[in-house]
Design a protein around this ligand. Sequence first.
Ligand code: RIB
Ligand code: CA
Length: 336
Amino acid sequence: MKYLLDGDPGHDDMLAILLAVRHLEVVGVTTTHGNTSVDNATRNALQWVDFLGRPDIRVARGRAHPLLNSPVDSSVGNGSSGAAGAVLPEATTETYMSDAIAFLLGASHRYHSDLAIIATGPLTNIASALLADPSLGERIQEISLMGGSLAGGNSTAAAEFNIWADPEAAAVVFASGIPLRMFGLNVTERAGVTSSHIQRIREIGSDLAIVVADILQHVRIARRQVFAVDDAPLHDPLAVATFIDPGIFTLRDMRVDIELHGNHTRGMTVVDARSLTGSTDSPSLNRAVAPMRAANCQVAVDVDVDAFFDLLIDSIRTYDVHAIRAAAGAGEDHDS
Ligand code: RIB
Ligand code: CA
């Protein structure tokens, strides 16, 4: 399998990219508005893949604005750069593709059903690609996405940020028929990084480990200032971990729809978790219960948090930048 990451780096997006580069065959990173501007996200992605020893990974700049919404500013916690707390060397290459949609469609033709997309930001790029070429869904294997929740939100009382930032885009993706895995706040907010995790990472001592520990320390401080809580959820890497160690998660087939019009619920993932057996022989009861619609998503309903952090920390510990950079140098040319 080949993997294309689409996100808004952003601290936790960067950890998602780290896990993916360490364990999976990554053929590209497409960037979108969200945590920060798409220009910041693109620069952060370029610097990060270079720092990870993979300057060969194609980075493609995506949409600067949601399909309909005006852009949201989520610089709280991410700073003006979108990756506050990460002190990285300048990227050795400023080469990025200027059109993420063309790059994404090109990758789908090149890799067909060997390609999976891992989405860790607003879904604007993927929705734009689907609107440009509806046959995209026939070519890619699946989409794993961090977004939504079984109940409750973080951007509003009802909506999680990635969905809330572009609800129309999310509606296009969830209606596309593409097999989906959804990692919502109900599992990602349980993956809260603690000072003990940060200490375990810092003690690894490598340049990468120190940078990651500094990033996570910044995230914890920022979150404490905004939400007055003492841990910081690492949302995005869960959407990658599912491909590395599927046993960490429990997934259930469910129907997920996106609320577009609610005064208080716009951007909410409406997840039908009911266990209906079908119609009853009571006409009045049948009228009282709307039938379930066909499932369109595998929803993560549980996560082994310790196993996730063991995977993340072991991935940092065993990450050999020099070996990865050398192997990449000998690697084949990626998408043009
Ligand atoms: O709600 C969490 C999501 O919003 C994460 O993907 C984070 O990076 C931000 O994009
Ligand atoms: Ca993100």
